[in-house]
Design a protein around this ligand. Structure first.
Ligand SMILES: [Fe+2]
Length: 160
């Protein structure tokens, strides 16, 4: 059983740039106060109706259809702590967008002992049904931004 699987994504930088542009528009007139920020149906649909969207092509190649899309912000004021995501979701894809160097997804067992970690510099399938969090090193820059996606048919086979 794996906690994560690193995905090959040849267009990673241009997908990150596109997501960053979308994030900039979404947050232009609002202050972000939470780590986890869900997009609504309309916002997801708006983004995925962009012509020739590289992330859509990439998900299509992986056989994945997006059900939910969120972004996470980590900065001097906003962090997260060890948690398990709400069921039934098990396998999400996290996509690094900004300032993810020296930041880590870390997984724990039920006794609070670290069992796995990965630096958030590549897109991953992330196991979200066991305790996990985000930790940052001393070289991390803020704000740190990732997008998170979940799917109608989860890519759970990549975590077996
Ligand atoms: Fe989570």
């Amino acid at each position: 059983m794996k906690s994560y699987f690193i995905l090959d994504c040849p267009k990673q930088q241009s997908i990150a740039d596109s997501l960053y542009g979308y994030y900039t528009g979404l947050t232009a007139n609002k202050k972000i106060e939470k780590f986890w920020n869900s997009l609504n149906r309309q916002e997801i649909q708006n983004y995925f109706s962009t012509p020739n969207l590289e992330i859509k092509n990439w998900f299509d190649q992986l056989g994945l259809r997006v059900r939910d899309m969120s972004f996470t912000i980590y900065n001097e004021e906003i962090q997260t702590s060890i948690h398990t995501d709400a069921p039934p979701v098990i396998a999400k894809i996290n996509f690094p967008v900004l300032n993810t160097h020296d930041t880590y997804n870390v997984w724990y067992d039920n006794d609070g002992k670290e069992i796995d970690r990965v630096e958030c510099t590549k897109p991953i399938v992330l196991r979200s049904n066991i305790p996990h969090t985000v930790e940052v090193g001393k070289f991390a820059k803020f704000p740190r931004l990732q997008f998170s996606f979940c799917f109608y048919k989860e890519p759970i086979h990549l975590l077996n």
